[in-house]
Design a protein around this ligand. Structure first.
Ligand code: SF4
Length: 377
């Protein structure tokens, strides 16, 4: 599969980005942290100005792993919505909604499950990995096996051109492309000839036979392209990848004193045992934070001060905290303009728009699957 990056798209003069559709989602894990922000959200905020964007909170997906105790799903969904709004997703220019508010996601998932071989789901790399990582949960369920197909339904529902994902999600988009291809083979719109048939046509033409293929007919479910999200290394306060499950996060909502408190005990380059020992920011999690959040001037001071033992780690962490506080100030200020009620209103309006778009796809899918339409009075 050809990976498509921002630069690859913008350099293609034949592809205007104005009307192209982007779809992405996030599980409702509660308040978001800096890892969620630099790994996805910050990129979405940029994408909303270039594309027609649909962003959804994947509450059905939360149930695939949290079905035994789903009490926090609703509150976590609201927290994610508030953080999205705080980060700068603008409901005037993109569509923000909750997955379960658009029941067509479940409907398309069911229909796609009819055509998807079981082996395709069993071979998704994260299936086995996640079962091992979340060994405290019983994930031998139908819902968990099928969650990559639910993701495919999420994407294909909006006939999306692009899906912004990190490298670890590329396999899921590839599955989506395969599912779309299979659907289009079994359920083509009238006049559409799937690629293999087109290839057959070339053979027929070469043999002197004639077969007319009407131009411009698109498949019902176009194959989406990956929009690879640049995701800088972002360590948590213990030096491991920032993650809720490691309890090492800095939240987008953390006030300044909490951020400073969390950074104080953060691990540093082990070579700097004493203040007089030189260190290397490239071997230090605090250095990684500087690379993401600090200005070039501060970064220069960090490299020179650390390598020459001219600064102490406490001072350096203070500068990192300054940079993070500066980045989060406008986010927290915007978030404070919303409350749960206004966030719910945004999600309600988004669901209306998303359902309208989803109904269009489902009408085409149902027709292609030869289901009898409901009689109109
Ligand atoms: S001075 Fe900064 S970059 Fe260097 S080891 Fe200490 S905390 Fe890390």
């Amino acid at each position: 599969m050809a990976l498509t990056t921002d630069s690859a798209i913008s350099s293609d003069p034949l592809r205007s980005t104005t009307a192209r559709r982007v779809l992405s989602g996030m599980r409702p894990t509660g308040k978001l942290h800096l890892g969620n922000y630099v790994g996805a959200l910050k990129n979405w905020v940029a994408l909303q100005k270039q594309y027609e964007c649909y962003f959804f909170i994947a509450d059905y997906h939360a149930l695939t792993t949290d079905y035994a105790d789903p009490r926090n799903v609703a509150q976590n969904t609201l927290e994610v919505a508030l953080d999205w709004l705080g980060a700068g997703l603008d409901p005037e220019i993109c569509t923000l909604f909750v997955q379960s508010h658009v029941p067509q996601h479940a409907e398309l998932h069911l229909l796609l499950s009819m055509i998807t071989p079981l082996s395709w789901l069993e071979r998704v790399p994260t299936y086995k990995e996640q079962q091992e990582n979340l060994s405290g949960k019983d994930l031998s369920t139908y819902g968990f096996l099928g969650y990559p197909l639910l993701q495919s339904a999420d994407i294909l529902m909006y006939q999306a051109d692009f899906v912004p994902v990190g490298q670890d999600q590329v396999a899921h988009v590839e599955l989506t492309r395969e599912v779309a291809r299979r659907f289009n083979q079994f359920c083509p719109p009238p006049g559409y000839v799937p690629p293999t048939h087109a290839h057959l046509k070339e053979t027929l033409v070469a043999e002197g036979a004639q077969r007319e293929i009407p131009p411009g007919i698109q498949p019902i479910l176009p194959e989406p392209q990956v929009l690879l999200t640049p995701s800088p290394k972002l360590p948590g306060t213990d030096g491991r990848k920032m993650s809720k499950s490691y309890n090492n996060t800095i939240l987008l909502t953390d006030p300044e004193p909490v951020i400073r408190q969390k950074l104080k005990p953060m691990v540093t380059d082990p070579a700097r045992v004493r203040r007089t020992d030189p260190g290397d920011p490239d071997k230090c999690p605090v250095g990684d934070l500087h690379k993401v959040f600090s200005s070039p001037e501060t970064l220069t001071k960090v490299y020179e001060g650390c390598r020459g033992a001219g600064i102490g780690c406490i001072e350096c962490k203070g500068w990192a905290a300054d940079s993070i506080v500066r980045e989060l100030a406008p986010i927290q200020e915007r978030r404070a303009r919303y409350n749960e009620k206004s966030a719910q209103e945004v999600l309600r309006n988004g669901a209306v728009r998303a359902r309208k778009r989803a109904s269009k796809t489902m009408a085409e899918v149902n027709e292609a699957m030869h289901l009898l339409p409901e009689a109109v009075r």
